[in-house]
Design a protein around this ligand. Structure first.
Ligand SMILES: [Zn+2]
Ligand SMILES: [Zn+2]
Length: 224
């Protein structure tokens, strides 16, 4: 089962489905505007994500990655193979280039946890800080939030008061910084600069665990 939120804005209805996928229970988010969909962090279970698209008659326009740790990228290949429209259209995979090295090493990183993932495609389209993405008229801004991973980004949907924070910010916690290429002080800097400056009522949809709000984390998160 998936849960989700639905919000209306000037550009129309945005529906966000949340699917918890894989052994590390990554939150994969499906953004839907009409019959157009973007999938954020298809970490595992690509077939199940594709089925959720098919159920809603939606076609996959792009895959956006918050970062390239193996638990966030293991479902990309199966999603691309099983997507409703089949192998005809090219679906871009967007990633900040500072995480290319993590993407290339994702299979080996999973193996260190004794897990096996399908090799993700490594020909990505580069995301940059401040880049405005678009889905069916809804604008989404990429916020470079390095620290947990060097190319980590959050996706802010201002007109719907939602931010997808990946593994930078969780309800009551922040991302791990004991991993290769992680940087603790940089993570706290990123969160303070790019996330805590958003309005308090902004709904936070993190890469693991339950949703929260910027205000709740500003006042109650013991790591900040
Ligand atoms: Zn991560
Ligand atoms: Zn993760």
């Amino acid at each position: 089962m998936s849960e989700g939120i639905s919000t209306s804005g000037a550009a129309g209805e945005l529906q966000i489905l949340q699917l918890s996928v894989g052994p590390l229970e990554v939150n994969c988010y499906v953004l839907l505007v009409g019959d157009r969909a973007v999938v954020v962090d298809p970490g595992e279970e690509g077939e199940r994500i594709a089925a959720a698209l098919r159920e809603r008659g939606a076609s996959l326009e792009a895959i956006w990655l918050t970062h390239a740790h193996f638990d966030h990228v293991g479902g990309i290949s199966a999603l691309l193979e099983n997507r409703p429209e089949g192998g005809l259209a090219e679906v871009p995979v967007l990633l900040h280039p500072a995480d290319d090295v993590l993407l290339k090493n994702a299979v080996a990183a999973a193996a260190r946890w004794s897990l096996r993932i399908d090799a993700p495609p490594t020909d990505t389209m580069p995301l940059e800080h401040g880049q405005v993405l678009e889905l069916g008229g809804v604008r989404v801004r990429a916020l470079h939030t390095p620290g947990h991973a060097p190319g980590h980004v959050a996706f802010h949907v201002q007109e719907h008061s939602v931010v997808l924070t990946g593994d930078a910010l969780f309800a009551g916690s922040v991302g791990r910084t004991d991993l290769p290429l992680s940087d603790g002080p940089q993570l706290l800097d990123s969160i303070r600069r790019e996330l805590l400056t958003l309005p308090d009522e902004t709904v936070v949809l993190p890469g693991h665990g339950p949703s929260t709000t910027i205000g709740a984390e500003r006042f109650g998160n013991p790591f900040l």
